[in-house]
Write a protein that binds this ligand. Structure first.
Ligand code: HEM
Length: 460
């Protein structure tokens, strides 16, 4: 006999509206995961969502034979901006396979090495700006700076255009992404009439901003033909090897917009990593020792990256504890059988079409997999220790065929940026008592420490 899935009490008719703060959904889900453990559910506006927050159940619901990506809620809402792009396509839409086969080769590990110098040089540009900050301006909000760096690097590597957006006015694309993803997360929590009466214009405007950025990339490429074989050239020129189909210009715009939304998770990761390193000076020292030993004063090259295994452990441990992509959506694979789906050998039952959200703040801190889960220990993310972890406990990049297509890009960018920052910059927390567990994280499609500020100065 299945046992009931825990659910906070809620209000008559309104359900659990008060249990999830619309302004910080992920913080509420993290709190519920801490209260209820491996599984819980909530009902909002008549819709029930089941949340999985333990490693064992995560292992089960990431089995692609039984579960697949659920395109609903905020992901469905952001289709307003990017339609049937990679991130938002329904399982049945052929557009996903066509785009995937055209795009994936340009984001493969081999393709990434082509972009190494551009990733390194944009990072150098930011570091140089920091090195020349006067005392009065030397108090930076790390995520704001790294968001600029990310857009600069993504635009240059994937679309071949220099934005020059590391200083001065922030590029409007950054605010466009923030506003549209915030709106996409909040829309499912409001009655539809409120969305169309009061929030439609904001959504429309931010969408227009993002699509104008993307159109700018296409127009620039048309006006400046090049032999560059980057993602943009693949999207504009290549055909899907399976169907022979090309992407339409509107589909190219959809994907151009989607990539920086995806890649904006990486600055969240670096921000958390710097926070955890400042809180764990012995880990910071060890990472710097490795960088000193492997790279020294040389210019960072692709050849250094595989030798930086401790820094890689730091990145993975920050992905675990900081969970920059806070979760992803799943549902049972549809079948003729409409009977309830059993979980944990019948301990729990869910309807055959039940949306599920994997809450990584729970899964990544499951003490049965990660003893002393709140400690920042890169060693557990290295070599055989890492290899023996259950796969579901390392699902920071999503699952199966809908796993992050930018994973290799992110892995390289994270390594380059973190290595260079640790080698060249000394960080100091503006508020030395800042504590991420008390202040918390916020965000929409990705999360970052709230208002985390640091002082930066060149390392000597
Ligand atoms: C630390 C950095 C990153 C993390 C943790 C991350 C995480 C994720 C996760 C969890 C998913 C699955 C979402 C789902 O199932 O709904 C995903 C999908 C995706 N990501 Fe990333 N991501 C990162 C960086 C990037 C980068 C750098 C790019 C682009 C260059 C990117 C582009 C995408 C796209 C397009 C998808 C949709 C893939 C598909 O459904 O076919 N991401 N990412």
């Amino acid at each position: 006999m299945a046992q009931p899935i825990p659910q906070p009490k809620g209000l008559p008719l309104l359900g659990n509206v008060l249990d999830v703060k619309p302004s910080n959904t992920w913080a509420s889900l993290k709190k519920l995961a801490e209260t209820y453990g491996e599984i819980f559910k909530i009902t909002v506006l008549g819709h029930t969502i089941v949340f999985v927050a333990g490693a064992n159940l995560a292992e089960e619901v990431t089995d692609e034979k039984r579960f697949r990506k659920y395109v609903g809620g905020p992901i469905d809402e952001i289709r307003y901006a990017v339609h049937d792009a990679l991130f938002t396509a329904y399982d049945h839409e052929a557009s996903w396979g066509i785009a995937h086969r055209i795009i994936a080769p340009k984001l493969s590990p081999q393709a990434m090495s082509v972009h190494f110098d551009e990733m390194r040089d944009t990072t150098s540009e930011l570091i140089n700006l920091w090195k020349h900050l006067g005392d009065s301006s030397n108090k930076i909000t790390l995520i704001e700076q790294l968001n600029r760096l990310n857009l600069e690097a993504t635009t240059l590597t994937l679309y071949g255009k220099k934005l020059n957006g590391l200083e001065g006015q922030q590029h409007p694309m950054i605010q466009g992404m923030e506003t549209s993803t915030a709106e996409a997360v909040m829309r499912p929590t409001r009655p539809g009439i409120l969305n169309s009466l009061f929030y439609g214009r904001k959504f429309k405007r931010s969408t227009a901003t993002m699509r104008a950025y993307a159109q700018g990339m296409v127009d620039y490429r048309k006006q400046n033909p090049t032999k560059r074989q980057d993602l943009l050239s693949a999207m504009m020129e290549h055909k899907d090897p399976e169907t022979g189909k090309s992407l339409t210009e509107s589909q190219i715009i959809d994907e151009i917009v989607s990539m920086p939304i995806g890649s904006s998770t990486a600055p969240c990761l670096i921000t958390s990593a710097i926070y955890y390193l400042l809180k764990n000076p012995e880990v910071m020292a060890k990472a710097r020792e490795e960088i000193h030993h492997v790279v020294g004063k040389e210019t960072l090259t692709m050849g250094h990256i595989p030798q930086l295994s401790y820094v890689e452990g730091v990145v993975r441990e920050a992905l675990r504890l900081g969970h920059p992509a806070p979760g992803f959506n799943l549902e049972p694979v549809p079948s003729e059988d409409k009977s309830p789906v059993q979980l944990a050998g019948g301990k729990y039952e869910i309807p055959h079409n039940q949306p599920i959200i994997l809450v990584l703040a729970g899964v990544n801190r499951d003490p049965t997999v990660f003893p002393d889960p709140m400690a920042f220990k890169p060693e557990r993310m290295m070599g055989p220790e890492f290899e023996k972890l259950p796969r579901a406990a390392t699902r920071w990049f999503g699952n199966g065929k809908r796993e992050c297509i930018g994973k290799h890009y992110a892995q390289l960018w994270n390594m380059i940026v973190l290595t260079m920052l640790l080698r060249e910059i000394e960080f100091e927390m503006v508020d030395e008592n800042y504590n991420i567990e008390q202040v918390g994280m916020d965000g929409w499609f990705n999360v970052r420490p709230i208002n985390f500020q640091v002082k930066v100065r060149p390392r000597v």
